[in-house]
Design a binder for this molecule. Structure first.
Ligand code: GLN
Length: 498
């Protein structure tokens, strides 16, 4: 089957008009996954399980379901392998969980399955979501479909590569400090990290629980809005899930902002540009692409406001204290007794723990467990962990001060376009510094998204970040959608083919 359908709306129409069946769609994508093995985007596929879900979707379609009432019915997607699944392995990119099968499905997996979506498999990722390049996976690095010598970003690099490479129309990801936004930027996709507490973490393998948040990756804001509408919502099984009425993130798309007109749909929108996000560290190609995008937003009626987020620089040390601290606690469960890998030979219980963890975890995970244990230890807790928590509070306050002057904040997602595979993998500090524009948003629990705005050095994609106040996802998507109505960066696809 030749497939030139690119967005969820096209797929919906094709399914509803019986131009294609869900089984045919699933077969198309499974064949693409097989043909594009060089990307290493997937860690597990199970055509049988996928086709069973597609057949069930076709049966529902035959009963007349679909259309606006079941907008995702029959549409395939890929799940980041951090969401546990019964029918596919759940590894979090780690040797510790290689081959592990969960007895239950994560809330996100469950919700999207109920919506009638068809799972194509599980996507590769940095081990336990720790990384910015997808080179920390036990299952090997993922490649960027735009340029096989570039990283796809991380930690949701497999999901991003899958969508950008045409192996899945949309995918799930998780973002603890940038892991949806940065791979979306590096692969020319749209992705949104929702407000902390909006998407259930039940069944999401934990990295840093006070920061982890699931969200969608897709080509367009409209596709992300569609997926997020099904993913988000209160879940009593997650103690940090916020009890709010369900939202339809599609509702405002294509409409002008309140008080604006069709010709100038963003009239009056105050876009805050943080001084600290446009300083020396920002590469010229990224700066130029964002500047062009800002001019487009102005042509739609938006106005620029200069703002300041003075604690931006501190977000790196603060995040790299808090996230490892939480990780060291969360990862203590992987002890060779309850889950996954166990060393084959050991002298006694302590030796079993030691060998199991030494063998099961990769270098970056071990580094973080060491840092996390250190900053939580007696005598250092006050100096590092407590201090980091205090500054975290101030970082969140910076944003609230900024939102007194603007409606949304705009900046880069990352200081540069995707770097080469291997370029930063020996230098963790260099890798951490590249997270400068995404970490503070996560520390504050705010929603942030990445929108493709052009190409930079070596024709690699550039992403623009939109940051909203708590629960402002609908407006962020509306603005991104308005931008995508007059630009076509999100429609570009890698040429050459993998
Ligand atoms: N790059 C950051 C880290 O390595 C963020 C990862 C994430 O959001 N999961 O921790």
């Amino acid at each position: 089957m030749e497939l030139s359908l690119t967005d969820l709306q096209d797929l919906r129409t094709a399914l509803d008009t019986k131009r294609v069946s869900s089984v045919e769609l699933a077969q198309h994508y499974l064949a693409r996954i097989d043909a594009a093995r060089a990307l290493n985007a997937f860690v597990d596929v199970s055509p049988e399980a996928t086709l069973a879900q597609a057949r069930a979707a076709d049966a529902r379609l035959a009963r007349g379901e679909g259309g606006a009432t079941a907008p995702l019915l029959g549409i395939p997607l890929a799940h980041k392998d951090v969401f546990v699944t019964r029918e596919w392995v759940s590894t979090a990119g780690s040797r510790m969980l290689a081959g592990y099968r969960s007895p239950f499905d994560a809330a996100v997996v469950e919700r999207l399955a109920e919506a009638g979506m068809v799972c194509l498999g599980k996507t590769n990722m940095d081990e336990f979501a720790m990384g910015s390049s997808n080179e920390n996976s036990h299952f090997g690095p993922v490649k960027n479909p735009w340029d096989l010598s570039a990283v796809p970003g991380g930690s949701s690099g497999g999901s991003a590569a899958a969508v950008a490479g045409g192996l899945a129309p949309v995918a799930t990801g998780t973002d603890t400090g940038g892991s949806i936004r940065q791979p979306a930027a590096f692969c020319g996709l749209t992705g949104i990290k929702p407000t902390y507490g909006n998407v259930s973490r039940y069944g999401m393998i934990a990295f840093a629980s006070s920061l982890d948040q699931g969200g969608p990756l897709g080509r367009s804001a409209a596709d992300c809005a569609q997926l997020l509408s099904a993913m988000a919502g209160f879940d009593k099984r997650d103690s940090t899930s916020l009890e709010r009425p369900a939202e339809n993130y599609m509702r405002q798309l294509g409409q002008p902002l309140p008080g604006a007109s069709a010709a100038q749909p963003l009239a009056g929108l105050r876009v805050g540009l943080p001084r600290e996000y446009f300083g020396d560290g920002l590469a010229d190609d990224v700066r130029t692409a964002i500047e062009n995008a800002l001019q487009t937003l102005e042509s739609l009626g938006a106005v620029r406001v200069e703002i300041s987020l003075p604690k931006t620089e501190l977000s790196i040390p603060v995040y790299y204290v808090i996230a490892p601290a939480e990780a060291s606690s969360n990862l203590s469960r992987f002890d060779g007794v309850r889950y996954g890998h166990r060393a084959a030979q050991y002298a006694d219980l302590l030796d079993m723990y030691k060998k199991t963890r030494a063998e099961g975890f990769g270098a970056e995970v071990k580094r973080r467990i060491l840092v996390g244990t250190y900053v939580l230890s007696h005598g250092y807790y006050d100096a590092y962990y407590l201090q980091a928590q205090r500054i975290r509070r101030l970082i969140a306050q910076d944003f609230q001060d900024a939102f007194a002057q603007c409606d949304l904040i705009i900046g880069p997602v990352a200081p540069s376009v995707a770097w080469n595979l291997g370029e930063k993998s020996d230098d963790p500090l260099k890798m951490y510094l590249a997270d400068i524009y995404t970490l503070s948003v996560s520390l504050a629990g705010l929603p942030g998204m990445s929108v493709p705005v052009g190409f930079g050095q070596a024709q690699r994609p550039v992403g623009m970040q939109i940051i909203g106040n708590y629960f402002d996802e609908a407006r962020m998507l509306q603005v991104a959608h308005a931008f995508q109505q007059v630009t076509d960066w999100h429609r570009r696809q890698p040429q050459g083919g993998v």
